[in-house]
Ligand binder design. Structure first.
Ligand SMILES: Cc1ncc(COP(=O)(O)O)c(C=O)c1O
Length: 378
C-alpha cells in the first residue's frame, strides 16, 4: 500500500480478516521526520514526545564500532544490556525482557494476559496501544477516568475490576495529561489488583518522573503479591527513538517467561542493543538532558499560563493545556505554521492540546503561534 493510501484510511474489503481487525480504527501513522527528508524544510515536530536533542555521543560511537558480525542474528536475550539494567534496578537480568520499543512489550502483555471475552481495565485518555492490543485479542476494554490532576486514579481503577478482568494498566506519568501517580496511589493499585490479575505499569516517561520528584515505583511494585511488570523505553529521556528499544522489568520469572514465549524472537537488532547500552552507561548525559528538558517544560508551562490557558500539572516531557474552544482547529492552525502538536483525540476531552517540550526556539515559536491563534489572528 502506498503512503498516500495508508494515510487516506481507504482500505480494501476486510471481510477475510479476523473479526477484531474490522472493529479497529483505520490506520493513520503519525507524521515523522521521514516525511521531511530535507532538513532545511523540516517543521517543528513536537507531537510525538521525542527528545529534541541527540542521544549521548557514545551511542553513535558504540553503534559504529559494532558493525562486525552483521551476518549474525542478535542476542535473543540482550544479555549485555539486561545485565546493566539489572544492576541499576535490582531486577535480575533474567526477568528483563527487551522489546522493539516498549510498544511491542505492551502489545504482548495484552497477548499473554487476555483471551477473547476477558476484560482489561485501562486508563483513559492514555496511550492508545493498551486498548488496541486488548481489542485485537477480542477482549473487552473498561475505560477508567483519570483523577483531577490527570494521573491514573486507584479509585476508578479498582472499582472497574470484575470477575472477567485479566489485565489492569496504569501509566505514570500519563500521556497526554502528564499526571504522575503518588506513592500512595500506586501502592493502592499494587495492593488492590487481585493476585491472579496481571498489572502493567507503563513507565515510558519514568526518568522524567523521578527527576520531578516522583516515587520509587519498583520499591512499591516489589511488595505486590500478584503478577506485575513495568515497561520502560530508550525512546524518550535517552533520546534513542530510532533504535526502537524498550524493556520490561518483570516482577517474577513467570511473567518474563510468558512474555518471551509470546514476543517475536529476534526483535531487537544488535546495533540497537549496543546503542541502548551506551546510552544507559552515560547517566551524566541523561541527567544534563533531564535538567534541560525540565527547565524548558517549566518555561513552556508558564508561557501557556500567561496566554490565559489552564495548564495541567506535568512530570513528563510534554505539557497539556485546555483551550477556550476545540483543540483540533488550533492544532491545524499551528500545523499551517509548521508546528506539529496534538489534540487529545478523546471524545470526552475536545479542548485539550498536548505540546511536546522542544528546544527554547520551539517554545518561543509555539507560544507566539498559539497566542496569535487565540487572538484570532490566524
Ligand atoms: C505512554 C507510552 N508508552 C509507550 C510508548 C511506546 O514507546 P516506544 O515504543 O518508543 O518505547 C509511548 C510512546 O509515545 C508512550 O507515550
Amino acid at each position: 500500500m502506498t503512503q498516500a493510501n495508508a494515510q487516506s484510511g481507504t482500505s480494501p474489503a476486510l471481510g477475510w480478516t479476523a473479526a477484531p481487525i474490522r472493529t479497529l480504527p483505520a490506520y493513520r501513522g503519525p507524521t515523522t521526520f521521514a516525511d521531511f527528508p530535507d532538513p532545511a524544510t523540516r517543521p517543528r515536530l513536537i507531537h510525538l514526545n521525542e527528545s529534541p536533542y541527540p542521544p549521548s555521543p557514545r551511542v553513535a560511537e558504540a553503534v559504529l564500532a559494532a558493525t562486525h558480525d552483521l551476518n549474525r542474528y542478535p542476542d535473543i536475550y540482550g544479555r549485555e544490556l539486561c545485565s546493566r539494567i539489572g544492576d541499576a534496578t535490582g531486577i535480575p537480568a533474567g526477568r528483563i525482557v527487551l522489546g522493539c520499543g516498549s510498544d511491542e512489550l505492551i502489545h504482548f502483555t495484552a497477548v499473554i494476559a487476555l483471551s477473547a471475552g476477558d476484560e482489561a481495565v485501562i486508563p483513559a485518555p492514555s496511550f492508545p496501544r493498551y486498548a488496541l492490543s486488548a481489542r485485537l485479542g477480542g477482549a473487552v476494554v473498561r475505560r477508567v477516568k483519570l483523577d483531577a490532576g490527570g494521573a491514573c486514579d486507584p479509585g476508578t481503577i479498582l472499582d472497574a475490576i470484575g470477575p472477567r478482568t485479566r489485565l489492569v494498566v496504569c501509566c505514570t506519568p500519563n500521556p497526554p495529561s502528564g499526571g504522575m501517580m503518588t506513592a500512595e496511589a500506586l501502592a493502592a493499585v499494587a495492593k488492590g489488583v487481585p493476585d491472579d490479575v496481571l498489572l502493567l505499569v507503563d513507565e515510558a516517561y519514568c526518568e522524567f518522573g523521578r527527576h520531578a520528584g516522583g516515587p520509587d515505583t519498583l520499591a512499591i511494585l516489589r511488595k505486590r503479591k500478584g503478577p506485575w511488570l513495568s515497561t520502560r523505553t530508550f525512546s524518550k529521556a535517552y533520546a534513542c527513538a530510532a533504535l526502537r528499544v524498550g524493556y520490561a522489568l518483570c516482577g517474577s520469572d513467570d511473567v518474563a517467561e510468558a512474555l518471551r514465549r509470546a514476543k517475536l524472537q529476534f526483535n531487537v537488532p544488535t546495533l540497537s542493543q549496543v546503542g541502548a547500552a551506551a546510552a544507559f552507561d552515560d547517566q551524566a548525559y541523561l541527567r544534563t538532558m533531564l535538567d534541560r528538558i525540565a527547565g524548558e517544560r517549566d518555561r513552556l508551562s508558564k508561557g501557556l499560563a500567561q496566554l490565559g490557558l489552564r495548564v495541567l500539572p506535568t512530570a513528563a516531557n510534554f505539557v497539556s493545556c485546555a483551550l477556550p474552544g476545540p483543540a483540533a482547529p488550533a492544532m491545524a492552525a499551528l500545523e499551517r505554521q509548521g508546528i506539529f502538536v496534538r489534540d487529545w483525540r478523546d471524545p470526552e476531552h475536545l479542548s485539550e492540546l498536548r505540546i511536546g517540550v522542544g528546544t527554547p526556539d520551539d517554545t518561543g515559536a509555539t507560544l507566539a503561534a498559539l497566542g496569535g491563534y487565540l487572538r484570532g489572528e490566524t
